[in-house]
Design a protein around this ligand. Structure first.
Ligand SMILES: C[S@@+](CC[C@H](N)C(=O)[O-])C[C@H]1O[C@@H](n2cnc3c(N)ncnc32)[C@H](O)[C@@H]1O
Ligand SMILES: [Zn+2]
Ligand SMILES: [Zn+2]
Ligand SMILES: [Zn+2]
Length: 467
């Protein structure tokens, strides 16, 4: 059987489970809360049942069994129902992470699009469970027989895959109810897709050797991720669609220029600069990245020079050597950023330019993420608004993204960056907050629609070395 509802991890004995099963099957056990999604659908279909909301995946809204979370048969993770696709042939659910779906503009109920993926076993598209239900092709509609209970020989409407456990919440004191957890770590835990593994620490409490070792450890993983998402040696999707077009607009003509790529990573940007005629040096503190870049250089022969150096100490490089320095989403990972700016200023020619992209200090800092309701929804339009909070809390947090092992990431305010640039002898000539154009959003709706034209997640500083 391919359907399995989210089970909460607290232990309970089997009799209790059965009991709750029936309670939920009755759909009468939670009189105060109708399912969030049933309520929405009832605005369009007056006969639609007002099922009781028995589950809360995240303590935000209650949802019925049909509109809860189910387990993907491939990755075994639980997902919001509209990020899952039912294959009637193989009788299992697959999530949108395991089989990338395509967006279809379609108006149904309160929404304007659905997703489908092409199934290799059926050779036809399977739509997400939300639209499948609208079509009457949801598994519980198609094969209701198989999913209903027989009680004393009589078939009931109770779904077999009803919730195993529901949460009611405990009564607490009013004072407690009015306290909102408000530390950065708690905000981050509530909102983020990254895992936060430490509280925010002052950067003086963090060791550079650790920061470096963590990048070393993650380099191979990073290279694989980028190679998978970008076979043509471009950056990840954010770089391809949002950051790099704006970077290139600022950078302009590079033919004949001596250019430093500071924090070059897998080196794709160095190679692009070199293919446009620049004399490029790439530096990164991870040896694995530099070895990868040198390996690529062997057969591409773009005459890029690479050094395994930390930006805080570029003593291998001469003073006033470069016409241009670029740095693409690096400083969020740099511990001693003030030192690094001074080193970059030293190796730049007078009046040379330093063009640096970074995560936006206000909107991409943690504690400033899109609030979704429900929290687990994959639907872009259910991102309600961004929460900006704890802007002035600067420092590092140990986090992990996807399958990467923990790394330190640093939040600093816009004014901290601008004064560090000033102290290093830079004048900020322009600040760009890149935004994809409508055509790009239209062609990449899943990645870009509903948020990237609302808030800038990235910032680019064009600086001139003064004097
Ligand atoms: C987010 S990656 C970006 C890599 C590359 N610029 C790109 O756009 O794909 C950040 C890079 O900065 C490097 N890095 C972080 N701190 C550094 C430091 N203090 N000195 C040199 N490189 C550093 C990391 O090793 C990593 O390659
Ligand atoms: Zn419902
Ligand atoms: Zn999956
Ligand atoms: Zn199929």
């Amino acid at each position: 059987m391919g359907l399995s509802l989210r089970k909460f991890s607290f232990s309970t004995n089997i009799t209790k489970i059965k009991h709750k099963f029936l309670e939920v099957g009755n759909m009468a056990s939670h009189p105060n809360s109708t399912c969030f999604y049933c309520d929405i659908i009832r605005k369009y279909e007056t006969n639609y049942p007002a099922r009781s909301g028995a589950f809360s995946a995240d303590d935000t809204v209650y949802r019925c069994a049909i509109h809860s979370q189910f387990q993907c048969s491939v990755c075994k993770k639980y997902h919001h129902f509209s990020w899952l696709y039912w294959c009637p042939n193989e009788k299992h659910l697959i999530c949108g992470n395991c089989n990338a779906p395509v967006l279809h503009p379609l108006s149904f109920w309160n929404t304007t699009y659905t997703y489908s993926f092409h199934c290799r076993s059926c050779n036809e598209p399977h739509f997400d469970l939300f639209y499948s239900e609208f079509q009457g092709k949801h598994p519980w509609q198609l094969e209701k027989e198989k999913f209903t209970h027989t009680v004393k020989g009589v078939k009931t409407d109770r779904l077999k895959w009803s919730p195993v456990v529901f949460r009611k919440g405990k009564k607490i004191r009013l004072e407690k109810a009015l306290t909102i957890p408000n530390t950065v770590l708690q905000i981050r835990k509530r909102l983020g897709s990254a895992k936060f593994l430490s509280p925010l620490l002052n950067q003086t409490e963090i060791a550079q050797t650790d920061v470096r070792a963590q990048w070393e450890q993650n380099s191979k993983q990073w290279i694989d991720i980028i190679n998978n998402t970008s076979p043509e040696d471009k950056g990840d999707l954010n770089r391809q669609l949002i950051i790099d077009p704006a970077m290139w607009k600022l950078i302009g003509e590079v033919n004949g220029l001596t250019v430093l790529d500071a924090g070059c990573g897998n080196g794709y940007f160095s190679r692009e600069l070199a293919s446009k005629g620049a004399h490029v040096t790439g530096v990164d503190h991870s040896k694995t990245f530099i070895e990868y870049c040198l390996e690529k250089e062997k057969y591409q022969q773009l005459s890029v020079t690479y050094f395994n150096l930390a930006l805080e100490d570029l003593s291998n490089l001469d003073d006033h050597h470069f016409d241009l320095i670029v740095s693409n989403i690096v400083f969020v990972d740099v511990l001693h950023y003030t030192l690094a700016f001074k080193e970059l200023s030293r190796v730049l020619k007078p009046s040379g330019r330093f063009i640096m992209s970074n995560l936006h200090p206000a909107f991409a800092r943690i504690g400033s993420l899109f609030y979704r309701l429900p929290f687990d929804t994959p639907r872009n339009e259910e991102r309600l608004y961004a929460i900006i909070d704890r802007y002035f809390d600067s420092g590092g947090t140990l986090i992990s993204w996807g399958n990467m092992t923990p790394i330190w990431q640093f939040d600093r305010t816009l004014s901290e960056y601008s004064s560090a640039l000033k102290d290093a002898g830079f004048l900020i000539r322009e600040i760009v907050e890149p935004k994809p154009d409508n055509e790009t959003i239209k062609n990449n709706p899943r990645h870009l629609a509903f948020d990237t034209d609302r808030i800038p997640f990235f910032i680019i500083y064009e600086c001139i070395k003064s004097g």
